[in-house]
Ligand binder design. Sequence first.
Ligand code: NAP
Length: 287
Amino acid sequence: MQIDQDTRVFGLIGYPLAHSLSPFIHNLAFKAMGVNAVYLPFPVKPGRVSSVVNGARALGIRGFNVTIPYKESIIPYLDRVSLEAEACGSVNTVLIEEDRAVGYNTDGRGFMDSLEQEGVKVPRLAIILGAGGAARAIGYQLAVRGSITVFLNRTPERAEKLARDIARITGQESWGKSWDSSCISDFVQDAELLINTTPVGMYPDIDQKPPFVLKNLNSRSVVADIIYNPLNTRLLREAEGLGLKTISGLGMFVNQGVRSWEMFTGREAPRKLMEDRLRGLLLKNET
Ligand code: NAP
């Protein structure tokens, strides 16, 4: 890689950042497409997020991604956020143009892209396990496309609040319940899509799965997990065992990265290359 005075700098802020795969896919795409740019991890220590945007402006950094724990706390330091980021209350991509920092959220659309790539239609009713940032981003995108969303969460108050917010913002029916609630059997029967947005089952706790009884889903339901490490979570393996179609979190991860990369560069990203190389890396790590 040739670094010179024209090299554009992008990156990722979060803390800690030890296992992030974003530098891998962004730099791979720069190299493959001959873009004179570099993508660096910036582990921002707690208490320092207030300096990030001004620091990036001062250094001429053109854009950066944002991950845990700064997706919400970066917002007050931006000049503007997109409608979608505002609805989600979180930002995962910041673009700095002519000193103005604008925040976007590509997570929800990244998930919707992966549904489309898998040939799955927008469901009439979707059950979403979890009520955090990813659940909100995905729930918003499903609701604006007309889905009824049901959030099941360990902390029911959070699910209830999220459902109220989604209904208010989108005008679409939404419910929030405890994930062991006894009054969800009608939703479960009708669900066309179940999505796990909790970290339950993620490496290294790969033998865990959310306490949701998959056998009560109807046979046409699709089961998606947004975890991508491992690629095939215990939830997905059980769903496959029941003959249900499954979708891993790899597609969402690649798609949200593709959307950010295209915003950074204004060019079409080498999506297939990014996905193939990432899958290869994750499979190698699993063996
Ligand atoms: P978050 O805002 O912290 O929300 C986490 C959610 O999971 C909350 O609803 C939380 O429930 C629930 N949860 C956490 N630990 C749990 C446990 N042990 N048992 C039951 N519920 C638990 O996190 P997030 O940003 O939404 O991210 C969630 C997951 O999605 C992470 O694994 C992340 O890596 C993944 N993700 C993947 C992509 C992708 O591109 N594929 C993108 C974004 C996120 P409470 O409300 O009860 O705390």
